[in-house]
Design a binder for this molecule. Structure first.
Ligand SMILES: *Cc1c(COP(=O)(O)O)cnc(C)c1O
Length: 391
């Protein structure tokens, strides 16, 4: 009998012929700045573990203690029996950190975005969204069935025109705080002003700003001094925080509504206690070890200057996410493979994660890279970049 999924093989072969059939790289051991992937020791420039918290002793100890005293699973969704004391403590902690009335934790940043947009909007409403917003925002927008209007990247005047076109229903203006593939920062003060003028709900996804921007890593709202003007702040616990999860911070009524109507919250099991315990410990580290964030930024400056001096096109990034622009998908993947063979892991990113013709390597330095790691990585980038015809 013919395999009804045979068309997938055909599509995979097509990706193969375009040089885009990439394989998963397997990490042996810990997520460290120099780590062993596919059996090769490489300088790791592709992790979101900005502050090195994924292996921080305080987070490990908190997680170990939670396993010992509370077990490994939460047993149910939050609304049945899966709300443990530490879930509530973590939410209280996040709200205090973000200076909002309340917060709610979801299983991931992805489910937080998808869940909140779908819960607060319906068919009669409109979403005004930056074209480079994260996929989870786009999926949430689709799930809500609201109309979706997309404005060109960071184009405040275009967002203004789109908002003016909406004559009925609720309006939600959404932006990433830091754009995940380009590393630039949203024009949040101007967007807040727009939202206020048009009576729109303002939402920011700070997945890449949490732990990176603002006082002690409080995110873009704090960075720009916009407390009280962003109605929905989404963050992740999976990147700088080092563990896993996502959250929404906002008003008491928003959070209560999400406890009642946030579908991932209602229909998917809550975090094991080890995850919530590790996250709680991470917020202590953010408050007590600000030197990690300082080191992240000094490493970022060192690495960007080096890439620029070598002659790479590094786009318009303002944060530790530094794209090295290549253009064609196949060339980006070949460059990435050659770098890996020479000792640097810098993942190639192509369509559909970024637009056609804008393929790149996406690099992220962390607080835990040494000067020596970065200088070596720069030397390898330059050598392989020349050999590959990128420079
Ligand atoms: C990574 C990311 C997410 C998803 O967060 P997870 O916790 O990994 O699910 C959401 N939004 C943006 C902008 C991201 O970069």
């Amino acid at each position: 009998m013919a395999d009804p999924l045979a068309y997938l093989d055909q599509q995979l072969r097509q990706l193969e012929s375009q040089g885009l059939r990439t394989r998963l790289r397997v990490l042996d051991g810990e997520q460290l700045p120099v780590a062993v992937f596919d059996g090769r020791r490489v300088i790791n420039l592709s992790s979101n573990n900005y502050l090195g918290l994924a292996t921080h002793p305080a987070l490990r100890a908190a997680a170990e203690k939670a396993v010992r005293t509370l077990g490994v699973g939460s047993g149910a969704v939050r609304t049945i029996t899966g709300t443990m004391r530490s879930h509530v403590e973590l939410e209280t902690r996040i709200a205090r950190f973000k200076q909002t009335e309340a917060a709610i934790v979801f299983q991931s940043g992805f489910t937080a975005n998808a869940g909140v947009v779908a819960a607060v909007l319906g068919r009669e409403d409109t979403i005004i969204s930056d074209e480079l917003n994260h996929a989870s925002i786009i999926d949430g927008a689709r799930l809500s069935r609201a109309a979706i209007k997309v404005f060109p990247h960071r184009d405040v005047a275009a967002a203004d025109r789109l908002l003016a076109e909406v004559t009925s229903g609720h309006k939600l203006l959404i932006t990433d705080g830091v754009f995940s593939m380009d590393g630039d920062i949203a024009p949040l003060p101007a967007l807040c002003e727009l939202a206020e003028r048009h009576g729109a709900i303002m939402m920011v996804d700070d997945a890449h700003a949490s732990g990176v921007l603002g006082r002690n890593g409080r995110g873009t709202v704090d960075h720009f001094g916009l407390h009280g003007r962003v109605h929905i702040q989404v963050g992740t616990l999976s990147k700088a925080i080092g563990a896993l999860g996502g959250y929404i911070a906002g008003s008491q009524s928003l959070i209560e509504w999400l406890q009642l109507r946030g579908r991932p919250f209602l229909f998917s099991t809550s975090h094991p206690p080890a995850v919530t315990a590790a996250c709680l410990a991470a917020f202590d580290v953010l408050e007590n070890e600000p030197e990690r964030i300082e080191r992240l930024w000094s490493n970022t400056r060192r690495f960007k200057l080096g890439l620029q001096a070598a002659g790479f096109n590094i786009g318009a990034s303002e944060t530790p996410i530094t794209p090295v622009m290549v253009g064609e998908g196949r060339r980006a993947m070949e460059f990435s493979r050659a770098l890996f063979d020479a000792g640097v892991l810098a993942t190639g990113i192509a369509f559909p994660t970024v637009p056609e013709g804008k393929a790149r390597l996406r690099t992220i330095v962390t607080a835990t890279h040494t000067d020596d790691d970065l200088d070596k990585a720069l030397e390898i980038f330059q050598r392989v970049g020349k050999a590959q015809g990128i420079l």
